[in-house]
Structures are given as C-alpha cells and as structure tokens.
Design a protein around this ligand. Structure first.
Ligand code: SF4
Length: 363
C-alpha cells in the first residue's frame, strides 16, 4: 500500500458526506425487485447475479428465479440442472453452482438462516468480500464494506486514490476508506448509494459531475481529473480459441447433445458435440468427422459449414464454425451424451454460445 493512498480521507466531512450521499439515494434510488425488502436470501441472489452483469439483464432473471426458488429451502432442494436452466443466458455459471452449494450448506448447517457475521458468511462458497459485505450491510445493517470495481472507481475519484484498481491488493485500501466513511446509522443505504452512484452518475467514461450529490466532497472534481481516474491497467490480451461444432440429427429427427465435464469452464452445461481446431481450415471437416468418431462414438455424414458464432468471455474468445449433418450410427447413449427431440432440448441448460446455435441453425 502506498503510504499516502488515503491522504485526502482526513479532510472529508464525514457527516456531511453521508448525509449528501444517503439523502440522494433515498430520493433517487431505482425501483429494483430485490430492494422490496431486506431478505438476506434475495440480497444474496441479486448480488451474485449482478456480478459482471447489467441490472437490466438481471431483473427478469431475478424475478423468474424467485418464482422458481422463493426460499433457501426451495433452492437447496432443487436439482442442479433446474438451477442451471434458470441461469441459462446469464453466463459465468460457476456463480450458479457455487450459490446452489452454499445455499445447501446454509440449509443444513445454519437451519436455513443466512449467517449474519463476516466469518461464517465469508466461508460460504462463492461469497467473496464484496458479496459478504453487501449481504451483511443491506440485509442486516452491519457496517461492513462492500467494495467492487464500481465502488473503487467512485472512491478513487472522491478521494483521489491513484492505486491501480486492477491489482487485487488495492481492494484493502478502498475497504479501509469505506470503514472510515460508512454511516453507522444506515450502512445499508450507504453501500447501496455508493453502488448506485457508480451505476448512474459516476460512470466509467463520462461522470455526470454536475448532477452529483457528493460533488462538494470530490477531490478529483475539484482538481478536474475525474476523467483520469481510476488508474486501471489493461487486461492481458484475450486468448482466441477456434472450435467446430456439429448439429447432428438421426433418422427420427432427434439431435445429439453432450454434457460438459463437472469441472472447468461452463461445467455441467449441455452443448452440441464440438472440438478445438488446431490445423488449417481446409482440413476442418475431416477433423470434425474424426473427432465425432473418437470422442463421441458417432458416425455422421457432414454437410458444409452453415455459419459461424463468436462468443467473448472475460479471458478468451470462441469462434465456432457450425456444421449440420446426419447421424448414421452412435455407439451408445450415456448420461452425458443424449439424443433429444426438439421439445426435450428446451429443458436442457446450454451456454449462450450454443443457445445461439440453437437459435440460428436448429430447426
Ligand atoms: Fe464522480 Fe464527478 Fe461525483 Fe466526483 S463529482 S463522485 S467524479 S460524478
């Protein structure tokens, strides 16, 4: 930690800052479904869904999820495939799997009550310092920091903090700042207000300083450097992976689908049989046929490539060439390799990239 990272903290009038921030939030907060009450389970689900995902995208998912799994008990008893299906399209599926297993633990170990202390809540799978702080403050009114990228951006400007927010070690600096500033009367609104400010006023590229409720307290605004903060080093270049997938139908119109491994990227989701292509494009079709035989036990007559799907993850990009074909033989169906009808396919959870294949090339 740089010695003077929080050099401007002392000068902040903390009472006035909290009043301005919380007063604004009380008036202007968006009407979001997880704000209707302080149920810790709902706060938890919403915070997990909101990681890496926009509010507008999350709202319908959250509502549907709550209809299907209204309580800790309901979610803890659900099959994982149903949970993944409800999450389908939101991406970052390990969030859903971790939430599911943590909820089961809460049901068994804490009799269905979400823990209300940092130690126990932080030990749950998928509950990092941000989520723990969000649940503790919003649902239980405990003055714990909830620091994510948004909050770091806002505070880096208000306090003119120049530490690189891409470095994991910087979080501690911002947590320290929140611990100093947080309202002990209303920690829930304080944390939510910082998040809201980052979402709708102090946005990444063009902060609306003239509409900002804490402009008076903002060092970056006074110095005219809000556009230069936060300091954030760029991500490493994304890895590009080239795949080929086959949509294969048998004589009765059923399609071959495959379940991904239990661990790793998109674990336990379903997909069309596919392989990673390493060799030049002209030999691609032969590689696909060979892999269908060796990896899936499937013989097929493959047509020409029918299209291309691109999907960007945080760390890699997939380019998938899609082939259609007829399945002429299959060694055996297995729990992770099935032939399904068009009606059945709808009940299986697919990652977004393969949903795009269904939408564009599956009929
Ligand atoms: Fe962000 Fe501008 Fe408000 Fe400062 S004054 S917190 S830079 S919106």
């Amino acid at each position: 930690m740089k010695k003077n990272s929080l050099k401007n903290l002392e000068a902040v009038d903390k009472t006035a800052f909290c009043q301005d921030l919380i007063g604004w939030f009380t008036e202007e907060m968006r009407d979001l479904p997880w704000r209707k009450d302080q149920d810790p389970y709902k706060v938890w689900v919403s915070e997990i869904m909101l990681q890496q995902t926009r509010v507008d995208t999350v709202i319908p998912y959250f509502n549907r999820f709550m209809e299907q799994f209204p309580t800790i008990e309901a979610l803890s008893e659900a099959e994982e495939e149903r949970v993944l299906k409800a999450w389908e399209g939101l991406g970052y599926y390990s969030r859903a799997r971790n939430l599911h297993s943590a909820v089961k633990e809460v049901q068994v170990k804490y009799e269905g009550k979400v823990p209300d202390n940092p130690k126990e809540i932080s030990s749950l799978k998928g509950v990092g310092p941000y989520t723990a702080g969000a649940i503790l403050s919003i649902a239980y009114g405990i003055p714990e920091p909830a620091v994510d990228g948004n909050v770091m951006r806002v505070l880096s400007r208000i306090l003119f903090i120049e530490d690189d927010i891409a470095k994991p070690s910087s979080r501690k600096i911002f947590e320290k700042a929140v611990r100093e500033l947080i309202s002990h009367e209303n920690p829930s609104y304080f944390n939510q207000a910082l998040m809201e400010l980052g979402a709708i006023v102090c946005t990444p590229t063009s902060p609306s300083c003239l509409l900002c409720p804490v402009r008076e307290h903002c060092v970056a605004f006074h110095e005219g450097v809000q556009g230069e903060l936060p300091v954030k080093t760029k991500n490493k270049k994304q890895r590009e992976v080239h795949l080929a997938a086959a949509v294969l139908k048998d004589d009765s119109g059923r399609t071959l689908i495959h379940k991904r491994a239990e661990k790793g990227l998109l674990a336990n989701l379903w997909e069309f049989p596919n392989i990673e292509i390493h060799l030049p494009f002209k030999t691609e079709k032969d590689q696909v046929k060979q892999a269908l035989q060796s990896e899936y036990g499937a013989d097929a007559v493959l047509g020409e490539m029918v299209g291309k799907i691109e999907h960007v993850f945080s760390h890699l990009t997939w380019t998938i060439h899609v082939y259609e074909g007829s399945l002429t033989a299959l060694t055996e169906e297995k729990p992770d390799l099935k032939l399904v009808t068009p009606e059945q396919i709808e009940s299986y959870p697919f990652p977004v990239s393969h949903q795009k294949i269904i939408k564009q090339f599956y009929s």
